[in-house]
Design a protein. Structure first.
Ligand SMILES: C[S@@+](CC[C@H](N)C(=O)[O-])C[C@H]1O[C@@H](n2cnc3c(N)ncnc32)[C@H](O)[C@@H]1O
Length: 204
């Protein structure tokens, strides 16, 4: 009897909070979706395709990743998919872009999409900045110049079960791919069904 009264009181107290949170999430979904619909076909060449954006979104949501880094923001298309997923896991994205004009456009896009609160957008040369970032991370997405620097700088800061995802590895037998294949503590999948390869930090 006593416990059912407590349960009833807790439900009365929690229900408005839960329903407020879920209506805020639904509002955000609507805002992001309508932003993406409006901008369809207008993103700069080099932005990931929509199917890859959805894949990144699913990977983050499914694995409940929260600590994300992106190298190569451009005007923010991939960041928007990443940050949208992080809005559901309670996470945050640090995204790095070297080009001032692109970075400014990205910041404006994040605001318009309603996702600014989930993104820390940095204007910097990622070759330098990645070494200075404090981990840990569970999701790193690299979509700039193919360079082992980025892997080297983050691999030790990625938690077990976390990922380093590289976009645009065209040659599975090239130097970069071979580097990933030999990367200690990681296992790399080149056939992910998207335009990228995924290096996952092994649990042991
Ligand atoms: C292919 S685009 C990124 C596309 C973006 N991820 C998207 O899907 O919308 C690559 C971006 O990386 C940026 N970039 C290249 N080298 C960089 C560096 N060293 N540091 C930071 N950004 C860099 C370029 O300026 C360019 O905007």
């Amino acid at each position: 009897m006593k416990s059912s009264v407590i349960f009833l009181l807790l439900s009365v107290w929690f229900y408005p909070l839960l329903s407020q949170a879920s209506s805020a999430a639904a509002e955000l979904d609507k805002k992001v979706q309508s932003f993406l619909d409006q901008r369809k076909g207008t993103w700069l060449r080099g932005s990931i395709p929509e199917s890859d954006g959805k894949l990144l979104f699913d990977i983050i949501k499914k694995n409940k990743y929260t600590r994300a880094v992106e190298i190569g923001t451009s005007t923010g298309y991939s960041s928007i998919w990443i940050a949208w997923a992080l809005s559901k896991t309670g996470g945050k994205l640090i995204t790095i872009e070297i080009d001032k004009g692109r970075q400014q456009t990205a910041v404006a896009n994040f605001k318009e999409a309603g996702l600014s609160g989930y993104i820390d957008a940095r204007l910097a040369d990622a070759h330098e900045l990645v070494y200075q970032l404090d981990g840990p991370f569970d999701f790193v997405f690299m979509d700039a110049d193919i360079s082992t620097d980025y892997v080297e700088a983050t691999a030790n800061k990625i938690v077990k079960g976390g990922v380093f995802i590289t976009h645009g590895v065209r040659n599975e037998t090239g130097d970069y791919a071979n580097y990933l294949k030999c990367l200690q503590g990681f296992e790399t999948d080149f056939n992910t069904g998207g335009g990228f390869c995924i290096s996952i930090k092994k649990p042991k």
